[in-house]
Design a protein around this ligand. Sequence first.
Ligand code: ADP
Length: 232
Amino acid sequence: MEQGAEDVPVVYLHEIKRQYTQGTETLTILDGAKLALWAGQSVALVAPSGAGKSTLLHIAGLLETPDDGEVYVGGAPTSQLSDIERTMIRRSDIGFVYQSHRLLPEFTALENVMLPQMIQGLKRAETVKRATEILAYLGLGERIKHRPSELSGGEQQRVAIARAVANAPRVLFADEPTGNLDPHTADHVFGALMQLVAATRVAMLIVTHNMELAGRMDRRVSLADGKVVELD
Ligand code: ADP
């Protein structure tokens, strides 16, 4: 990482506003939300259903544009960028993990992790090497040739994590990544995420309803009246 890169947040949300219009009614979901995500820090986002957690993740991950405010990635504002420029940042700097693994069923674990790298233009041999390494690092070295349907829920989710970090993103967003898993498996998958934060200094924002897991992260935030509030 270049010198000084850790002096600015990896992602900074400044005064984010997001409204949805349904018929004649306007719902204000985010209303001046501010949040800084730092390299090597895990942050739990804990808030009731409908509070705007997914909306916040989608805006921070450049999947959705806010109605007002600015999303800075590595200190650079993104609101004036073209769709193509935003997509390029998303591919190189941002990873997503969802509650369901969203792996491609016809492809093996290895191929699922190779794909984002191939889209980035890496040579096939390089993608095979990197995907094999990441999967082995996450304890899936014996499973690389398996299709998603031949893997357990915890294994599928670890492949999804491997895919999300395949291009060495600066930030990883996870929307209830352990929500579909039994407690023991959830613990294992959560451990894999924490291991990645420590090893790669990726910034991580994880939506979870699990207070025990949230308690093991570096920082906890919530959403109240459309704003991000620190817990503790
Ligand atoms: P959470 O992830 O905390 O459950 P969401 O961010 O998914 O909350 O949604 C927040 C609120 O915004 C909900 O009331 C939801 O119905 C509404 N909402 C989300 N997306 C849309 C949309 N595309 N159009 C209209 N309303 C939406």
